[in-house]
Design a protein around this ligand. Structure first.
Ligand code: PGA
Length: 267
C-alpha cells in the first residue's frame, strides 16, 4: 500500500480538561467547524466525558470518532479506580495507549503498554500507540533507538495481522515537544516515521507496514501543522493543548483536508 492510501487522522487529546457539560459543548463547536471530507476526526476526552461527547457528535457527517485516553491492562477485577477495555467498548471506538504523560506519571512500561494494546484490540478499539524520545536521547543521537525499543517492547507479543486488522496507529510524540510550545521539525518527524516503519518491517509486518498511519504530536498548532502534512510519511496529528481551541482545530483539520484531497486525487 502506498502512502496515498493511508487514513488522514486528526486526534484531539483533551487530557484532564473539561467536565461532561463543557465537553459536549466544546465537541459540538469543534465538529461544526471541522467538516472535511476524508479526514478522520477523533476526540479523546476524559473518561467521564465519553458519553456526553458521544451523544454530542452522534449525528455528525462525516462521522466523528470518540476515543479514550487510556485503558487498563486487565479485563476486570480488584483495580480500584481503573477502567477496562470492555467497559469502554460501548462509549468509545478508539483509545490512546502509552502516552508519555502516563509513562512518566503512572510508570507505564513498554511491557504493560503491550498488554493494554492487546486488551484494546480484544475489545474492538482502534489503538493509537504513542512513542517518543526525551530531549537527552535526541541530543545524544539516540532518538530512533529509543523509539525502536518502545515499539519492540510494546509489539513483541502481538501478531502483526491482529494489530494491522485493528487499524493500529502510531503517534510519534517527542517528549520534549509535548506541551512546551517547541515542536519538532517536519523533517525530523518524517525521518522518525520512516524509522518506525522500518522497525515494523523488522518485526515481521511486511507489506502491512506501509498501511500503518503515523501521526505527529507535540505542540501542534494551526500555525505549524503545514510542516507536518507537507511530509508524505506523516498521516496526521495528535493534538493536545490546541485541541481545546475551536479556531485551532478548524485550522488544523482544514490543512488535513488538503492532504486528504491530494491523496484521494492520487489514488
Ligand atoms: P500538546 O500535546 O499538543 O499540548 O503538545 C500533545 C499530546 O500530548 O498528545
Amino acid at each position: 500500500m502506498i502512502g496515498a492510501m493511508r487514513d488522514v487522522i486528526v486526534a484531539a487529546n483533551w487530557k484532564m480538561n473539561t467536565t461532561p457539560a463543557d465537553a459536549a459543548e466544546l465537541a459540538r463547536t469543534i465538529v461544526s467547524r471541522t467538516r472535511e471530507a476524508g479526514v478522520i476526526r477523533v476526540i479523546c476526552p476524559p473518561y467521564v466525558c465519553l458519553a456526553a461527547v458521544g451523544e454530542a457528535v452522534a449525528d455528525e457527517d462525516p462521522p466523528v470518532a470518540v476515543g479514550a485516553q487510556n485503558v487498563h491492562h486487565e479485563l476486570a477485577g480488584a483495580y480500584t479506580g481503573e477502567i477496562s477495555a470492555p467497559m469502554l467498548a460501548s462509549l468509545a471506538t478508539w483509545v490512546i495507549i502509552g502516552h508519555s504523560e502516563r509513562r512518566r506519571d503512572a510508570g507505564e512500561t513498554d511491557e504493560l503498554i503491550g498488554r493494554k494494546l492487546g486488551r484494546a484490540v480484544g475489545a474492538g478499539l482502534r489503538p493509537i500507540l504513542c512513542v517518543g524520545e526525551q530531549l537527552a536521547d535526541r541530543e545524544a543521537g539516540r532518538a530512533t533507538d529509543v523509539v525502536d525499543e518502545q515499539l519492540a517492547g510494546a509489539l513483541e507479543d502481538h501478531e502483526p495481522t491482529a494489530l494491522a486488522d485493528a487499524g493500529l496507529v502510531i503517534a510519534y510524540e517527542p517528549v520534549w515537544a509535548i506541551g512546551t510550545g517547541r515542536n519538532a521539525r517536519g523533517s525530523d518527524a518524517s525521518e522518525m516515521a520512516d524509522a518506525i516503519r522500518s522497525t515494523l518491517e523488522h518485526h515481521g509486518w511486511g507489506s502491512r507496514t506501509a498501511g500503518v498511519p503515523v501521526l505527529y504530536g507535540g505542540s501542534v498548532t494551526s500555525a505549524n501543522i503545514d510542516e507536518f502534512f507537507s511530509e508524505p510519511a506523516i498521516d496526521g496529528a495528535l493534538v493536545g493543548g490546541a485541541s481545546l481551541k475551536p479556531d485551532e482545530m478548524a485550522g488544523i483539520v482544514a490543512r488535513a483536508g488538503m492532504t486528504a484531497r491530494a491523496r484521494g486525487a492520487a489514488r
